[in-house]
Design a protein around this ligand. Structure first.
Ligand code: SF4
Ligand code: FES
Length: 254
């Protein structure tokens, strides 16, 4: 017999002065292979036409469907109801601006993060649109790709105790992004530039080691290894013993 599911969903529209935050229950009969993407669309079609939530790809690629599922930041499209108890509590991810109900504005946060860590190749070389694409050896390209798999879902930010209480903390996804550019031989930033960026309380030394980011990252990025590498190298730089090398990096991919 099919299970009767109760979806306890946070409802609030900050743009409506009459809206009051609270949870509302919706009942749905479970069907085979039901995931939260389908379940929320059914609820919206049949019971709550104004329910706000985000999904785009339905395949764990676009990163838009992060939400708190029974208290844990997770991708809704990759979550089967069969993995959950019959009461499923859904809430928007903290640390991001609430748009309404389950929908949060991760885009503005990620754009701000990209600007803050200057998430682009820094080079003095003049761009020549007619030149052949610069070649990179496979090993380096694979190392970069490993960190480039971040889908900007925001789950690591929502799952991080420090990021939730300190807006100035860079957080796992930003540190991972910096690690990605440290690996890239085309990026000409030197040890002082990297030191400036990550060797602060807002950077890698602000992490309390709670490991929430690593627990919840749906792409299983090697976040803790990125932090450990950065801490070690930055400490060495501060002591004047070594310089971070932009070409060789993180132990996970060495
Ligand atoms: Fe999402 Fe993982 Fe990227 Fe964080 S590091 S934004 S959890 S994919
Ligand atoms: Fe794209 Fe879930 S809908 S990651």
């Amino acid at each position: 017999m099919a299970r009767q599911l109760t979806f306890r969903i946070f409802r609030y529209d900050p743009s409506d002065p009459g809206s009051k935050p609270g949870f509302v229950d919706y009942k749905l009969e479970e069907t085979p292979r039901l995931n939260l993407f389908v379940a929320l669309h059914r609820i919206r079609e049949q019971q709550a036409p104004d329910l706000q939530f985000d999904f785009v790809c339905r395949a764990g690629v676009c990163g838009s469907c992060g939400m708190m599922i029974n208290g844990r930041p997770t991708l809704g499209c990759r979550t089967l109801t069969a993995e959950l108890p019959t009461t499923i509590t859904l809430a928007p991810m903290p640390a991001f601006k609430l748009i309404g109900d389950l929908s949060v504005d991760t885009g503005t946060w990620f754009r701000g993060m990209s600007e803050r860590v200057e998430s682009w190749i820094h080079t003095q070389k003049k761009f020549d649109p007619t030149a052949e694409e610069e070649r990179m050896d496979n090993e380096t390209a694979e190392k970069i790709y490993e960190l480039d798999r971040c889908i900007e879902c925001g789950c690591c930010v929502a799952g991080c105790g420090t990021a939730n209480i300190r807006e100035d903390f860079l957080g796992a996804t930003a540190l991972n992004r910096i690690g990605r550019f440290m690996l890239d031989p085309r990026d000409e930033r030197d040890s002082e530039d990297w030191f400036e960026l990550v060797s602060t309380d807002e950077g890698v030394f602000g992490c309390m080691g709670l490991m929430g980011c690593d627990d919840v990252c749906p792409k299983e990025l090697p976040l803790l290894e990125v932090f450990a590498y950065m801490r070690r190298r930055m400490t060495e730089v501060a002591r004047g013993k070594a310089k971070p090398d932009a070409g060789t990096c993180l132990p996970v991919i060495n």
